[in-house]
Design a protein around this ligand. Structure first.
Ligand code: 5GP
Length: 186
């Protein structure tokens, strides 16, 4: 019976939307709340989206070995607390970690029963077009993102499953097939 799922995906791929839609339909799944040192965005709530920590607080947690995994991403620290994961799994919750691919592979090393799922864009060209379509970033920023996306796709070769996000509806269906079935299997 699988309870722990790790979902990763490149930025711009829409994994947040897919996970949100999945959770709406499956309230018996819980999304893990990570710790981060990045600033709070408008609308975010401490303890709901993230536990927002100062760099010193985050470093204290590293020192005390409180993280199952942690990583640096775009200049900020992100980490999953062991206590959070243990509490959920002990309660029998189905837990989803939404973390980067490096963190996902670290979790798999420590907890081989975790199922790793990568949400992929239909094609790199389409993702590039989507990023450019936002008109919010400089060419340099887009190139930086594309490089990190390629690295994430490389890491995803070690994942258990790849779900292509062609439409949100299809991607949610594919997640259901992978997650609901395996969480119920004996
Ligand atoms: P954002 O700042 O957009 O919320 O997240 C940036 C990236 O950090 C995303 O790829 C997200 O999946 C990843 N992330 C969020 N929480 C964690 C965590 O606890 N550990 C790791 N390794 N990555 C995380």
């Amino acid at each position: 019976m699988t309870k722990l799922f790790v979902i990763s995906g490149s930025s711009g791929v829409g994994k947040g939307t897919v996970i949100k839609e999945f959770l709406k339909k499956h309230p018996d799944f819980k999304l893990s709340v990570s710790c981060t040192t990045r600033g709070m965005r408008a609308g975010e709530v401490h303890g709901e989206n993230y536990f927002f920590l100062t760099k010193a607080e985050f470093e204290k947690c590293i020192e005390n070995d409180e993280f199952l995994e942690w990583a640096e991403f775009s200049g900020n620290h992100y980490g999953t607390k062991k206590s959070f994961v243990d509490e959920c799994l002990n309660k029998g919750d189905n837990l989803i970690l939404e973390i980067d691919t490096k963190g996902a592979l670290n979790v798999k090393r420590l907890m081989p029963e975790a199922v790793l799922i990568f949400i992929a864009p239909p094609s790199l060209e389409e993702l590039e077009a989507r990023l450019r379509g936002r008109h919010t970033e400089t060419e340099e920023a887009i190139q930086k993102r594309l490089a990190s996306i390629k690295l994430e796709i490389e890491n995803s070769k070690k994942f258990d499953h790849i779900v292509v996000n062609d439409t949100v509806e299809n991607a949610v269906k594919k997640l259901e097939k992978l997650m609901v079935d395996s969480s119920r299997a004996k």
